[in-house]
Design a protein around this ligand. Structure first.
Ligand SMILES: C[S@@+](CC[C@H](N)C(=O)[O-])C[C@H]1O[C@@H](n2cnc3c(N)ncnc32)[C@H](O)[C@@H]1O
Length: 279
């Protein structure tokens, strides 16, 4: 059997492509994100940008150096992940949350806890809080806490600031905007009554979630970038964090995942959700 030639003997383009493939495998293993060969350009470009003249081996050591999800690996991944989001994305989910899920959960007669995995800059979390405020009132009962988790420290800073431009609010009705935001010179500020229901945590969802007894989890437009094994691992973490009967909202392209053993489909006129089985 012939062994692989040392990196320095390869043509530069080949060495770069092999190195990018090695990093792709590391990123997929630690963070879930696994671009297909045809979609490698952003990762390859970020590698060149961040390596800044360091040799492949030195940069590999830097990637390995920190704890999973921390240090250079964290910065590289932040650069390539898709963080696109807007308030009210996939309106049928929020209609179903408001019309069916929150009223059913309110009958439990206790405070409610919801989470958004891969919450990006926070718009999804604030829309969940606005939906709860529309049903229960801005200071009403039951108390609702919503936790947003994301790997990226950078997007969480924006989420915590809670100031958005009108383009981020374009999917909201005038009533939802009014309920959630106060217009100021520099943008739309999240109302304090909405902000107090919300908190944000930096967390890599490839690791068990730091939350238990959740009543509903949104995990939308995140697992589409993961390979099936990593997506299944995340589903296991969601299952462990959800209360029995807890609700799961997945993005439309994520609903094809192998889910049915742990989650029961629940069809509504507006959309399809999943509920954690009792097992
Ligand atoms: C396209 S955004 C989706 C935002 C929102 N959920 C939505 O549907 O509008 C995907 C987010 O998932 C986050 N993400 C990707 N992999 C992650 C991981 N392993 N742990 C935590 N967050 C992750 C990214 O940082 C990004 O902000």
């Amino acid at each position: 059997m012939t062994s692989a030639p040392p990196m320095e003997d390869l043509q530069p383009a080949t060495a770069e492509a092999l190195f990018a493939e090695r990093v792709r495998a590391l990123v997929a293993d630690r963070c879930g994100y696994a671009p297909r060969p045809a979609s490698m350009a952003p990762l390859a470009a970020a590698l060149v940008r961040r390596r800044r003249g360091r040799s492949h081996e030195d940069y590999w050591d830097a990637l390995q150096g920190a704890a999973p999800g921390g240090g250079e690996l964290q910065l590289l991944v932040e650069d390539v992940l898709n963080h696109d989001t807007v308030c009210g994305r996939i309106p049928p989910h929020f209609e179903t949350l408001g019309r069916h899920v929150l009223p059913a959960l309110a009958r439990l007669g206790r405070p409610l806890r919801l989470a958004s995995l891969g919450c990006s800059t926070g718009e999804e979390v604030y829309t969940m809080a606005i939906t709860a405020a529309e049903i229960f009132g801005l200071n009403g009962s039951p108390a609702v806490e919503i936790v947003g988790l994301d790997l990226s420290a950078r997007v969480l800073e924006v989420a915590r600031a809670g100031i958005y431009q009108s383009s981020s609010l374009r999917e909201l009705s005038p009533a939802q905007r009014q309920c959630g935001f106060i217009r100021q010179a520099d943008g739309f500020h999240v109302r304090p009554e909405i902000a107090q229901r919300v908190r944000f945590l930096q967390h890599n969802i490839m690791q068990p979630l730091p939350l238990v007894g959740l009543d509903a989890v949104f995990c939308r437009n995140v697992l589409i970038y993961f390979n099936p094994d990593s997506a299944q691992q995340v589903l296991g973490h969601i299952r462990a964090a959800l209360a029995p009967g807890g609700w799961l909202f997945l993005g439309p392209s994520e609903s094809a995942l192998h889910l049915r053993e742990w989650f029961e489909p629940a069809a509504f006129a507006e959309t399809m959700l999943y509920r954690r089985r009792q097992l």
